[in-house]
Design a protein around this ligand. Sequence first.
Ligand code: FES
Length: 317
Amino acid sequence: MTTAGPNELPLRVTGLRTLCEGIREVTLGLAGDGVLPSFAPGSHLAVGWADGERNSYSLTGPMVEPRHYSISVRHDRAGRGGSAWVHSLRVGDDVVASRPRSAFAPVADARHHVLVAGGIGVTPIVSHVRAAVMWQRSFEVVYVHRPGADAHAEDLRALARDRLTILRSGPELLAHMKARLFDVPLGAHLYVCGPEGLIEAVTSAALDAGWHRQRLHAEPFASAAAAGGAPFAARLGRSGALVPVGAETSLLEALLARGIAVPNLCRQGVCGECKLTVRGGGIDHRDTYLTDDERAAGDAMMPCVSRAVGDRVELEL
Ligand code: FES
């Protein structure tokens, strides 16, 4: 078991369920009795699976004063080991996790919510749908998955009823979205979670249909923003030290390897936890966290995925 950091929750596995082949639902409660912190739809937990290692998983269960948290985890055989660890858990095991954090919350005054899930990207969408039903918000949900890989389809059917469309392929999804994107009420917001390619296809279709970027929200399930690129160096403003960043490592990894503590969670440019202040140098932004205006300001970067343009970036660290 990993050691709980400050502000982390000691949790215990209280239930396990196979949702479909390769996807396991884990239910976590407090080690003692009690109510867990409430959370916003689209929130995730960072679960510690080895010392210093945390993986983020979206919360799929009820949000208000829950007695349990639920996450659904696909066993990624090519991953670093976090999902394999989750798949080895037994009821009664102790785990540590962060408090829930939100990086993909719904916009409260949206007139309508179009929720699109691809594959295991369904997990944050489940809690969006739960909240939309609870608050009687106007919404529709589209879930595209391979035959049999239908985690949470039953939950969505029960919650969304005729507001759910299930599709089987990318082309089917695009055809459906292209028709719907012209048809939804003005003031609607679109939320999409899934593989990067699916997100790109849906958001470009929305932009082509005249949607404003501010009404589009995405959470990549696995970031395509690889850490690699040309080598560069980061100069640290306080000590003046120069930290080299190799072609195959991220700036975050290089800083951590030098013993510089940078908080981080998703390592995919999604959660915002690792944001650093930049004093100089161009930034190749590869995250999905900063807004266009924040990127244009050029004074912040997400070192887990973003890199320098050129050979140097100066950090306030
Ligand atoms: S760790 Fe989440 S954005 Fe960098």
